[in-house]
Design a protein around this ligand. Structure first.
Ligand code: PAF
Length: 300
């Protein structure tokens, strides 16, 4: 693995790779890497000649300054994890992986970008109204990464399900011939979706958090015989009353922000399972636990 901090150095490496007709895979991250990110990198290494992994906490996608300040920054540990992965995949050599770790000034040399992206209905649901400006901020940084890395393929985790729909729409708007590769969520043994935010959970909250996935899995079973609205209501009630039914430590509570059952591509909420016959249905949840906002999905 080679670490690159300057955008110009990334551009030179990409130019060199393109001259040799190498295929480039891009894995955009905000660092604080876990097994989920590593699975994206591993897949990208299998499918491309050169992989660019970006590690950049993008300030313009945080609509909450406190969240930005609290976001874990663990660059040295991240680079070690990538090196360990390379050792695990023995066929990977040091020149097929670039870790791009720019500063904010390097990423946005002209100061805060003025560009604004709109994605219509896919951003008008779930995260969109709750995090104004978030998806536009994601699009700005992802487009900049596309321009610098010029990938053939770009890898994104399905935990941020709505982000994938937004990137699909971004690619359609900017007409870049990049293959968007959504990758499945990686879970801890107890089912909790891996997330950089999990490291902010207290031990008690961490022990309680797998109930989110367990509830979603039960919801998937219920979907065989219950109506959409009943499944939605059951998920929200089950998590909201979890602390009463189970003896939760320190009075910890789940506070669901939303649970929506949507068409897997249009992301529009459905009222009847038949509405998502073509694309499938996905349940997306955001829930607060111990001051940490967790998201997860279930495919129906
Ligand atoms: O999913 C993330 O970690 C971020 O939103 C991304 C895609 C790296 C853009 O900053």
């Amino acid at each position: 693995m080679k670490q690159v901090i300057k955008a110009a150095d990334l551009e030179s490496a990409v130019k060199e790779a393109k001259a040799k007709n190498l295929e480039i895979g891009l894995v955009p991250t905000m660092g604080a890497l876990h097994e989920g990110h590593l699975s994206l990198i591993e897949r990208a290494l299998k499918e491309n000649d050169l992989v660019v992994v970006s590690l950049f906490v993008n300030p313009i996608q945080f609509n909450n300054k406190e969240d930005l300040a609290k976001y874990p920054r663990t660059i040295e540990a991240d680079l070690e994890l990538i090196k360990k992965l390379e050792l695990k995949i023995k066929n990977s050599c040091s020149d097929n992986l670039l870790a791009f770790t720019p500063t904010v000034e390097e990423m946005y040399p002209q100061g805060e970008p003025k560009e604004v992206y709109h994605f219509g209905p896919v951003e008008e649901v779930m995260e969109g109204p709750r995090r104004p400006g978030h998806f536009s901020g994601v699009a700005v940084v992802v487009r900049r990464l596309f321009d610098l890395a010029q990938p053939k393929r770009a890898y994104f985790g399905e935990k941020d399900y709505q982000q994938i729909a937004v990137i699909r729409s971004l690619l359609a708007q900017i007409k870049y011939p990049i293959e968007l590769i959504p990758c499945p969520i990686v879970r801890a043994d107890d089912g909790l979706a891996l997330s950089s935010r999990n490291m902010r959970l207290s031990p008690e909250a961490r022990a309680m958090a797998p109930a989110i996935n367990a509830t979603l899995e039960q919801a998937a079973e219920m979907a065989e015989y219950e109506e959409v609205d009943d499944v939605k209501e059951w998920v929200l009630d089950t998590l909201s009353s979890y602390h009463e039914v189970n003896d939760s430590p320190n009075g910890l509570k789940f506070e669901p922000e939303y649970f929506e059952i949507v068409d897997a591509i249009t992301l529009q909420p459905i009222e009847d399972w038949d509405e998502a016959k073509e694309n499938g249905a996905v349940g997306c949840i955001a829930v607060w636990l111990d001051g940490v906002r967790l998201i997860d999905i279930v495919k129906f």
